[in-house]
Design a protein around this ligand. Structure first.
Ligand SMILES: [Zn+2]
Length: 467
């Protein structure tokens, strides 16, 4: 659940960046200001990020190196990376030092000119400072000796390392986190290597072999243990828990197996090799990153959290593997997560009631008009809380299921998760698949639900009255 972040990120697309001229770390906003078109500066596709960060106890500064492999989508005499987290020391492009200018949350890089279609590699050496700024809108969550990322507070990963902060430009990742030996460096993805370094440091390297949206990462350091076990269908379950609470959390973490089985029974194979819960110390908002759901250890210890865990797990299919193109498509992630989270929770809490899911959907129906009035329709949401994407999006899916039947609905869902796997999906894409698979034109039905100012009637439930 991170609509705020998505919104802010997407708001930048097509915006005009104002960059202060200057060179290197000495760049200053008092230098000559010039305006450049942001889209021209982003004419490249991100292919792979190699990110290294080193945490030192007692310091808010972390040294880092990020190498981005990318492909130019136009002739490039300069390009930009998003970075709002600290100080850049050096930039190279294809191994050659490149001029760079930093201002605000962008870095403008001037390489040796790159041809349209050329693959290139840009390496940025930097120091990132874990500071959330005076408005506390940054992503950092500090603990006594360590930190975690809370990306839903604000656009995030470009506060941690330079990247192209575009939800639709997915890339593969290698993330290496170095920490003192008494702590554990954590990231989402598959742990591929653990190495000891001189000075009592350990570096852990995680690989994300499937393309990931830039905001879907997690990086953390703390007194954590990686607890790995085989899960259903060949998925490796890897939880990351405070070492001191590992035995206390074991029982609730075991529920993941059932949650995975339940969702794969409806959507098909889990899209990645690894899944698990990261249960950090301290206070943090729950959210999904690719292959890993973050829920604070204290929350996890407080109860089953069936809805939340099913909601976040569903984001592995809708959000991580199949990513919304832009904010207007965000309901395809949040609507699905709310739909399946509500469905799973209804079965867990009222297993003897076949009408439990319908009853919960009716509660959503009863509030939908009020949500539309304040936040807009699900597929043209206002920048508010994301509630319309969740409530209206889930109701749109429920209305579709009521119309085409449960079996056809499941075929639609399985088709979209396989067709758009590791890619992006728009609202129009979803509607087209729904019509194609069901063999009937459901575009009118879905458009009424997704774009209408008024809550439509719910098929099969004439007694449901919109307020
Ligand atoms: Zn969500």
């Amino acid at each position: 659940m991170k609509p705020t972040y998505r919104l802010i990120t997407l708001g930048l697309v097509g915006a005009t960046a104002v960059l202060a001229a200057g060179t290197g770390a000495a760049a200053s906003t008092t230098d000559t200001v010039r305006t450049v078109d942001a889209q021209d500066l982003m004419r490249y596709n991100a292919l792979h990020y190699d990110v290294s960060l080193e945490y030192r106890s007692g310091s808010k500064d972390m040294g880092g190196t990020t190498t981005l492999k990318a492909r130019a989508t136009g002739a490039l005499s300069r390009f930009a990376l998003d970075f709002g987290g600290g100080r850049i020391n050096r930039v190279t492009v294809n191994g050659r030092p490149a001029r760079f200018q930093a201002s605000g949350e962008r870095v403008l890089v001037t390489p040796k000119p790159l041809a349209d279609g050329a693959e290139f590699s840009v390496t940025v050496d930097y120091v990132v400072t874990r500071s959330n700024g005076p408005d506390n809108h940054g992503p950092w969550r500090e603990i006594e000796d360590g930190f975690a990322i809370d990306p839903q507070r604000y656009q995030t990963m470009h506060h941690v390392y330079p990247c192209k902060n575009d939800i639709a430009d997915k890339a593969t990742y290698t993330i290496s986190v170095t920490a003192p030996a008494h702590l554990t460096g954590v990231a989402n993805g598959d742990l591929s290597q653990t190495r000891q370094l001189p000075g009592g440091r350990t570096v852990r390297t995680y690989r994300m072999a499937h393309p990931m949206p830039a905001h879907d990462g997690q990086i953390a350091v703390g007194p954590y243990s990686l607890v790995t076990r085989p899960g259903p269908d060949g998925v490796t379950i890897r939880d990351v828990v405070p070492t001191a609470q590992a035995s206390q959390l074991k029982q609730t973490l075991a529920r993941t197996d059932d949650q995975l089985r339940w969702q794969t029974a409806r959507l098909g194979a889990y899209p990645f090799a690894t899944y698990g819960i990261f249960a950090p110390l301290g206070t943090i908002s729950p959210y999904e990153s690719q292959t890993m759901t973050t829920i604070s250890a204290s929350s996890l210890a407080s109860g089953p959290m069936d809805y939340l865990r099913a909601h976040e797990l569903n984001h592995q299919w809708f959000g991580a593997s199949v990513t919304p193109v832009k904010l207007d498509d965000d309901w395809t992630a949040e609507g699905h997560a709310h739909f399946y989270g509500t469905w799973y929770d209804s079965e867990q809490t009222r297993p003897d009631s076949p009408d439990a899911f319908a009853a919960d959907m009716r509660m959503n129906y009863d509030m939908d008009q009020e949500v539309r009035d304040s936040e807009g329709p699900p597929a043209t949401p206002k920048p508010v809380s994301g509630q319309t994407q969740r409530v209206g999006g889930a109701l749109a899916l429920y209305a579709l299921r009521q119309t085409v039947g449960a079996q056809t609905f499941e075929r639609i869902e399985r088709t979209v998760v396989s067709r758009f796997k590791d890619g992006v999906m728009s609202t129009a894409d979803y509607i087209a698949v729904a019509s194609q698979v069901s063999g009937r034109d459901v575009s009118g039905l879905l458009k009424d639900w997704l774009y209408g100012a008024k809550t439509p009637p719910m098929p099969g439930h004439p007694d449901w009255k919109s307020s």
